[in-house]
Unconditional design. Structure first.
Length: 510
C-alpha cells in the first residue's frame, strides 16, 4: 500500500481521536457521558442512526449480495421504513416519560428488577455477538489492505512458524480497529460517538460513490453495459412475491419480517433508543428516526448497484481475477469489494475507501460499546451500588464497562475467524433471533396487564423455546424470527399475567 494511503487512514484516525478529546471536557456526569445532556440536533441524531446501522457488513456484504444474486435485498428497506413510522408513533413516547438511562429501565419500572435485568442481559449478549462479527468483517478489509504493505512481511518475524501469516494479519487488524474505536469512545462518550458518526457517514458514502465512479470507468460500456448484462442475467429483479417462509429476501419477508426486525432494533434496542434520548425533544427524536429510514433506502440502493457493477466487471472483463476469492468452486462474495479496492483503486482514493470502511465499522462498534456500558450501569451497577457515590466514581465505572465490552467483542471477532461463512446473514440472524424477544417485552409495557415479573420472563422463555424449535425443526427464514419471537413473547406474557391475576383474586376471595 503506498504511503499516501496510509497517510489518509492515519489522518482519519487522528481526527476521530481528536474529536473524542474535544468532547471530553463536557463530561461532568454519566448522563453527559451516555446522553450528551440531550443537546444534539435532530439531523445529527438521524445521521448517527444511519451510520450506526451501516456497519462494514453493510458496506461489503450488500454489494456481495447483489454480486451473487440480485436487488431483492432492497425489499428489507421497505420494512425498515414502515417500522420506523410505527416505532416513532407508538414506542418513542414511552422513553420520554421518565428520566431513563437505559431502555430496559422501562421494563424494570413496570415489571420489576428481575424482568428489566433479563431483558438487558439479552441485549448485551446480542450486541456482543452481532458486533463481534462486524468487527471481524472489518478486520477482513483492513487485513486485505495491510497485506500490500511491508508490515505483512515483517509480521512473520513475530509469529510462530506454524502460524498462518494471513490469520496473524487478520488478528492484528482486529486489534487495531478495536483499540482506535475504544480510545475515542472512552474520551468523548456519546457526544463524540454521535458527531463522529455524522462525519463517518459522509466519509463512507463519499468513498462508495468514488469507488463506483472508478469501477464504472473500468467497464468499457459504462452503465449501459451494466444494465444490459445484469438485466439479461435476471439480476435487476427487485421484488419477489413468493409466499415461502423458508426463503429470505422475498417481499413479504422484507416488509413484514424486516419490519419487525427494525421495530426490535430501533424500538427496543438500547443502541438506538439511547440516540433518541440524546435528542432535544420527542418531536426531534421522531423526525430523526423517520428521516433515517429514507436515508437507509437510498444507501441500500447505492450499495446494491455497486454490486451489480462489480459483477459486470469481473464476469465480463476480469474473470481470472475471481480465482483469488474462490473457495471450493464458489466465489466468496463478501471479499469481492475489498479485493477490488485493494487492486484497482488509485493511491489516495484507496486510503479514503479504507477510511470509509473503518468509519462504518467504528460507527457501529463505538455505539455498541457505549450502549452496552449504559445498560450495564443503568440496569445492573447503579441498582446494586448501594449508597450514592460521586459522579466521578460513576464516570470511572462507565469507562471500565466500555473497556470490558470491547474485550468481549474482540474475543467474538477472533472466534469468528474460524466460524464465519456469510457475515451479513449471521449478524442479522443473531439480531432477529433475540430482537423479537426484547421487542415483545417492550410491547408488554403498552398493555394493561398485571405488573408481575413473571409476565416478561415467561414470555421471553416461551419465545426463546419456540424460536429454537423453529430453527431446529423447520426451514423458516431468519427474517421471520423477530415476528415469531415478539408475538410469542407478548402472548405468553399476557397469558402469564392473566393467570397471576386470577390466582391473586382467588387468594383474596379465600
Amino acid at each position: 500500500m503506498p504511503f499516501i494511503d496510509l497517510a489518509v487512514v492515519a489522518m482519519y484516525i487522528a481526527g476521530v481521536i481528536w474529536l473524542g478529546a474535544r468532547c471530553l471536557r463536557r463530561q461532568r456526569s454519566i448522563r453527559d457521558y451516555f446522553l450528551t445532556g440531550r443537546r444534539v440536533p435532530w439531523w445529527a441524531v438521524a445521521g448517527s442512526i444511519v451510520a450506526t446501522e451501516t456497519s462494514t457488513v453493510t458496506l461489503i456484504s450488500i454489494p456481495g449480495y447483489a454480486f451473487g444474486a440480485d436487488l431483492t435485498f432492497l425489499q428489507l428497506a421497505l420494512g425498515y421504513l414502515a417500522a420506523r413510522v410505527v416505532v416513532a408513533v407508538v414506542l418513542l413516547p414511552l422513553f420520554f416519560r421518565g428520566d431513563l438511562l437505559s431502555a430496559y429501565q422501562l421494563v424494570t419500572s413496570r415489571f420489576g428488577t428481575a424482568a428489566g435485568r433479563a431483558t438487558a442481559g439479552l441485549f448485551l449478549a446480542t450486541r456482543s455477538l452481532a458486533d463481534g462479527f462486524r468487527l471481524f468483517a472489518t478486520g477482513l478489509v483492513l487485513a486485505a489492505m495491510l497485506s500490500m504493505t511491508p508490515l505483512a512481511g515483517r509480521l512473520g518475524d513475530f509469529v510462530p512458524p506454524a502460524a498462518d501469516p494471513a490469520v496473524a494479519l487478520l488478528v492484528v487488524s482486529i486489534g487495531l480497529i478495536a483499540l482506535v474505536t475504544l480510545l475515542y469512545t472512552l474520551l468523548g462518550g456519546m457526544l463524540a460517538v454521535i458527531w463522529t458518526d455524522v462525519i463517518q457517514m459522509v466519509v463512507y458514502v463519499g468513498g462508495a460513490l468514488a469507488a463506483g465512479l472508478i469501477l464504472l470507468g473500468d467497464i468499457p460500456g459504462g452503465w449501459h453495459e451494466v444494465a444490459s448484462r445484469a438485466g439479461a442475467a435476471g439480476k435487476l429483479r427487485l421484488f419477489d412475491f413468493a409466499a415461502d417462509l423458508s426463503r429470505s429476501y422475498t417481499f413479504w419477508a422484507g416488509l413484514v419480517g424486516g419490519g419487525f426486525l427494525t421495530a426490535a432494533t430501533h424500538g427496543a434496542d438500547q443502541m438506538f433508543v439511547q440516540r433518541y434520548l440524546c435528542s432535544r425533544s420527542l418531536a426531534d427524536a421522531r423526525r430523526a428516526l423517520i428521516a433515517s429510514g429514507f436515508a437507509i433506502l437510498v444507501q441500500f440502493a447505492l450499495f446494491l448497484i455497486l454490486g451489480l457493477m462489480l459483477w459486470t466487471y469481473y464476469t465480463a472483463h476480469a474473470p481470472d481475477a475471481l480465482a483469488a476469492i474462490t473457495a471450493a468452486g464458489e466465489v466468496q462474495t463478501d471479499r469481492v469489494f475489498p479485493v477490488f479496492m485493494a487492486t484497482h483503486l488509485p493511491a489516495g482514493l484507496r486510503g479514503l475507501l479504507l477510511a470509509a470502511i473503518l468509519a462504518a465499522a467504528m460507527s457501529t462498534l463505538s455505539s455498541s460499546l457505549n450502549a452496552s456500558a449504559a445498560s450495564t450501569l443503568g440496569d445492573f451497577y447503579l441498582p446494586l451500588s448501594g449508597r450514592a457515590r460521586t459522579e466521578r466514581h460513576y464516570l470511572q465505572a462507565a469507562r471500565w464497562a466500555t473497556v470490558g465490552w470491547c474485550i468481549v467483542q474482540v474475543i467474538v471477532a477472533l472466534a469468528a475467524i474460524a466460524l464465519s461463512r456469510s457475515v451479513v446473514d449471521e449478524v442479522l440472524g443473531i439480531q432477529s433471533f433475540t430482537g423479537g424477544l426484547i421487542l415483545g417485552c417492550a410491547c408488554l409495557c403498552l398493555f394493561r396487564v398485571r405488573e408481575t415479573a413473571a409476565a416478561p420472563l415467561a414470555g421471553m422463555a416461551c419465545g426463546g423455546i419456540v424460536l429454537i424449535a423453529v430453527r431446529l425443526t423447520t426451514s423458516v427464514s431468519w427474517q421471520w424470527y423477530a415476528l415469531i419471537g415478539a408475538l410469542v413473547t407478548v402472548a405468553a406474557g399476557m397469558a402469564t399475567a392473566h393467570a397471576a391475576g386470577r390466582a391473586a383474586a382467588g387468594r383474596e376471595t379465600a
